[in-house]
Design a protein around this ligand. Structure first.
Ligand SMILES: *Cc1c(COP(=O)(O)O)cnc(C)c1O
Length: 337
């Protein structure tokens, strides 16, 4: 069935981003593929990154682990949210986040390798350092903590690093891991044995240090449904937020906020066609977008590329790069190239 909306995923760009992150960290790099690979596709991401040499993958829940399908030989999969009261422990390693989860893991055997999350300042998931006594007897593969402010120059970064170093010296584990994408950019002090990028793999720019090194992975294309002439002084779209002061040509294309092209792009986003930039006119609708095409040869059935450079799009739309990626909807025909 013809789908009038395409999401093209650049495998070489994804692999190149992973290599840059791994080199920058100077240590092994895993990949966060939760939320269906940040909206890009967890399975395709895992396969592409495994080919590049990535061995460690992270999802949030056991359900996500199951959705991923069979894990390729030699790869490891961790479940960040750990074993909850209602979880069936599947074919992945749990991350233990609380004394309750530690007790649950011990009760069902506990001899298998597990990961442990220590909270060093975020107060989200993880044991407090003073609770670490309950870990005695566990077979800990990776000791983790997570940075709260790595995308800023914030004093908490150095404080978390110090607290994590203290945990590393007192809790026996085979490997230690602190940095996400932004943490990698903070320097190799934060690298330890494994880094855990997510955002930057998929083309997000977590900090200025990554600019010029991280490539766009997701490319959006939408098809033109109609071309029309809009006269000076008429109104365009819902709530009449755009009124041209000269006669304009426009095309209406098949994408909207239901696809993750959110309302923040209204009167601010843009598309490309044949080297031209076509600005968004008026509000983004649920399934439709109106873009100017003055002086451009473009007609029904043509495809435009929606501008989706993540850093730029985040600025324009006032949404985070994470929200933009994970918001990409289910109506795209997803293709790896
Ligand atoms: C999501 C997540 C990551 C990846 O973070 P990015 O900011 O996307 O690089 C790393 N570690 C943990 C624990 C996470 O939840």
């Amino acid at each position: 069935m013809h789908q009038p909306l395409r999401l093209t995923l650049d495998r070489a760009a994804l692999q190149s981003n992973w290599r840059w992150l791994s080199q920058k960290a100077g240590t092994a790099a895993g990949a966060a593929i939760k939320a269906d690979g940040y909206g890009i596709g967890a399975r395709g991401t895992m396969e592409a990154l495994a080919e590049a040499g990535c061995r460690d993958f992270l999802v949030s829940t056991w359900w996500e682990a199951e959705q991923l399908g069979p894990i390729l030989d030699g790869l490891s999969l961790s479940v960040l949210h750990g074993p909850g009261p209602d979880d069936a422990i599947g074919n992945a390693r749990p991350t233990l986040n609380s004394p309750e989860q530690v007790a649950r893991w011990k009760a069902i055997g506990g001899g298998q390798p597990c990961d442990v999350m220590i909270d060093t300042g975020m107060n989200r998931l993880g044991l407090r350092p003073e609770e670490a006594g309950v870990l005695d007897g566990l077979n800990i593969e990776t000791l983790l903590s997570h940075l709260a402010c790595a995308d800023e120059d914030h004093p908490l970064n150095a404080i978390q690093l110090e607290r994590f170093r203290a945990a590393v010296s007192s809790i026996p584990a085979r490997r230690h891991s602190l940095a996400n994408s932004a943490g990698i950019c903070l320097g190799t002090d934060y690298s330890f044995d494994l880094v855990r990028p997510g955002l930057a793999l998929y083309g997000g720019i977590p900090r200025r240090e990554a600019e010029g090194h991280i490539r766009q992975v997701a490319f959006l294309e939408a098809q033109v449904i109609q071309r029309r002439r809009i006269l000076a002084g008429e109104t365009v779209g819902y709530n009449a937020t755009f009124v041209p002061d000269f006669d304009r040509d426009a095309v209406v294309v098949n994408i909207g906020y239901a696809d993750g092209y959110f309302r923040g792009f209204s009167n601010r986003g843009g598309a490309r066609f044949g080297g031209e930039i076509l600005p968004v006119l008026g509000r983004v609708s649920m399934d439709l977008l109106i873009i100017a095409c003055d002086g451009v040869q473009i007609a029904e059935g043509d495809w435009v590329e929606i501008e989706f450079d993540l850093k730029y799009s985040s600025m324009v739309s006032d949404m985070s790069q994470y929200e933009l990626l994970t918001g990409l909807g289910s109506r795209f025909q997803r293709t790896w190239r």
